[in-house]
Design a protein around this ligand. Structure first.
Ligand SMILES: O=C(O)[C@H](O)[C@@H](O)[C@@H](O)[C@H](O)CO
Ligand SMILES: [Mg+2]
Length: 382
């Protein structure tokens, strides 16, 4: 079998799908995208074509190394997301060719169901109580919300108290019947993270995500030494070569590689194994579409240390498109009180509505995240 064509489709709300064709008629789908940079990733995917066209799609490991090493420059969000989408599509083809789901190719199930969580509260986490109540009434118990709005390098006790008060409302309304991660979203500086985490401790969030920006990763161990709250990070790290340093330094209890940013299934399986060796959990990051989510779940179902899976159903970013819009087999993504069962279809298990993908890709608006500024006019981390 040989790879014959790569076609990319930028689709609302902010995703990109990759369709890989073969000379035997088998099609594989991937989701290479960095939110807000779809055009860059689209170019990076098509730059990989000389390494892929005419190649045997079964040789996933060799093609992964070729895509990673042959172009001399490597790593980073754009290149690794391009590789991720191709990798996902190659696993999809392999599973379809052999008639088995990808998790079977990776050694089979380690669990019967996987716990997931969704977002509440939006960019500026307001009205989370009603959002959580709706989800609790539907049987869900695990969520994530932004831990704060923009935060100055050195900010005030009022800013800290506002963030803490919102979380206190959740505990007051639901007690410990719910679990939630607080995403600092890279908005919090190293000094303010220590202050904010300390004030949040009594409210016992399940984890603190991106307590500081990935470029401040050397501070993770120091922050972890000051708190008992589990720290989580990974959505802005793009290969096992980045994760190895974080694991060696310690401080992170939950790694969150993104299956569409960190090199795909081939790479994230390796990251999961490295994490397990350090007694670190994985909770793959996934604010994206169905192919990314399916890829996460195949890694979850074969990784003993996978604990939580993010999904983007109902996420505040999904204006103009929802996770299952492009999926024909919606029933395979049903959440039962937040848990999801393994998808037993061959490959990744996503039956793509190709006609809708082509239609929605024709005039797909560019999504960009908002640009925030502090009161003094300086750029704020979003
Ligand atoms: O944890 C999460 O889902 C992420 O922080 C998410 O909010 C961002 O990655 C967003 O997708 C960037 O455009
Ligand atoms: Mg996050």
């Amino acid at each position: 079998m040989k790879i014959t064509r790569l076609t990319t489709y930028r689709v609302p709300p902010r995703w990109m799908f990759l369709r890989v064709e073969t000379d035997e008629g088998l099609i594989g789908w991937g989701e290479p995208v960095v939110e807000g940079h779809a055009h860059a990733v689209q170019a990076a995917v098509h730059e990989l074509e000389p390494y892929l066209i005419g190649q045997d799609p079964a040789r996933i490991n060799d093609l992964w190394q070729l895509m990673y090493r042959a172009g001399f420059y490597r790593g980073g969000a754009v290149f690794m997301s391009a590789i991720a989408g191709v990798d996902q599509a190659l696993w999809d083809i392999k599973g379809k060719a052999l008639g088995v789901p990808v998790y079977q190719l990776l050694g089979g199930l380690v669990r019967e169901r996987m716990r997931t969580y969704g977002w509440v509260g939006g960019d500026r986490p307001s009205d989370v109580i009603n959002a959580i109540r709706q989800r609790v009434d539907a049987g869900f118990s695990h969520f994530k919300l932004n831990g704060c709005e923009e935060m100055g390098l050195i900010d005030s006790s009022r800013a800290v108290d506002t963030a803490v008060a919102r979380v206190a409302e959740i505990r007051a309304a639901f007690g410990n019947a719910v679990e939630f991660g607080l995403d600092f979203h890279g908005r919090v500086s190293v000094p303010m993270a220590a202050v904010l985490i300390k004030e949040l401790e009594p409210l016992r969030p399940l984890f603190i995500e991106e307590p500081v920006l990935a470029e401040q990763a050397e501070h993770y161990p120091k922050l972890a030494a000051k708190t008992h709250l589990p720290l989580a990070a990974g959505e802005r790290m793009y290969s096992r070569f980045e994760f190895k340093r974080v694991l060696a330094a310690g401080g992170i209890a939950i790694l969150q590689p993104d299956l569409s940013h960190a090199g795909g299934i081939t790479e994230c399986i390796k990251i999961a194994a490295m994490a397990e060796a350090h007694d670190v959990a994985i909770a793959p990051h996934c604010p994206l579409g169905p192919i990314a989510l399916a890829s996460c779940l195949h890694v979850d179902f074969v990784s003993w240390n996978a604990t939580l899976q993010e999904h983007s159903m109902g996420i505040h970013y999904n204006q103009g498109g929802e996770v299952l819009d492009y999926v024909l087999n919606k029933e395979d993504f049903r959440l039962d009180k937040g848990f999801i069962a393994p998808n037993t279809r061959p490959g990744l298990g996503v039956e793509i509505n190709e006609e809708l993908v082509r239609e929605r890709s024709r005039d797909c608006p560019d999504w960009r995240n908002p640009v925030w500024r502090h009161a003094d006019g300086s750029v704020a981390e979003w």
